[in-house]
Ligand binder design. Sequence first.
Ligand SMILES: [Zn+2]
Length: 325
Amino acid sequence: MTSPASGASTAADLPDYAPVPRSALGPALNEQGYYVGRVERNLYWVTDGVYQSAFLTTQDGVVLFDAPPSIGGNLRRAVDEIAAANGVPSTVTHLVYSHHHADHAGASSLFDGDVTRIGHEETRRLLLRDDDPARPVPEVTFADRYTLEVGGERAELAWHGPNHSPDNIYIHFPGHDALMFIDVVNAGWVPIYNTNLSEDVPGYMAAPATALSYPWTHFICGHLGRLATRDDVVVHQAYIADIEASAKQALATVDPVPFYMHYGENAWAGVKAHLDTVTDRAAAPIIAKYTGVLAAADIEIFTTTTFAIMQSLRLDRGPSGPVHP
Ligand SMILES: [Zn+2]
């Protein structure tokens, strides 16, 4: 099958990209395909190299934060391994949803029995809509803030508005110097398509500043193979700010008229030619600046992030164009 994005018809025709900076990679996986590591004290993180989850072991049971299906049964193995080593019960008593997306929650149903699921009220509404047996709805919900205390440990859940998704929350571990906030910053890597598949672009762009407003040293970002640092968030912010500035400049300097003249009555062809040109103009210096700094910065289709930010500048912030006299 031909991929329209790469133009390749077989794997042999696929394009080459700049090497992934070693700093973007995490620890080696074990034979089962996962790595579990200590964040701080009894807070742990698990990765399969692409997705991340976290859990707290306590005297009263385990609190799991997200259940990505790609890690799946390895969550159980990781929890059992660590709980046994710490001499505490391995029963998962609580499962917190960061947001409703299936790729971070689709192994939730592996944890049945007496588990209490906790999430934002919008997560509950969206999971009721999605009606997916793999993602049971949370029984415990909150609107703005919720303090979860289990076995003397504490996690502070907070919703600060829509960003990647309408329901994406901040999970702060004040006793563990850690923050978990999923699908906005990818440690050491660029966001994938369309601002990491985000629904609210201004919310997505503002979210890293909110994350940095919390005190923490360790950041669980939900993707790829290592934990993030405050520096990772700052580099991500610079990347987004550079895209914003470049998109503004390209919007101001590319003259749309010749594109619409060229296509005449085919208005949508004119729109495509104009906006693709703006996107390419805006993205070129970003690709040049960040290749070798952030992994995958040179994957062309991820300029859809530049496109999304450029569109948000027009549609959310305005003006979308000159007012007809
Ligand atoms: Zn998501």
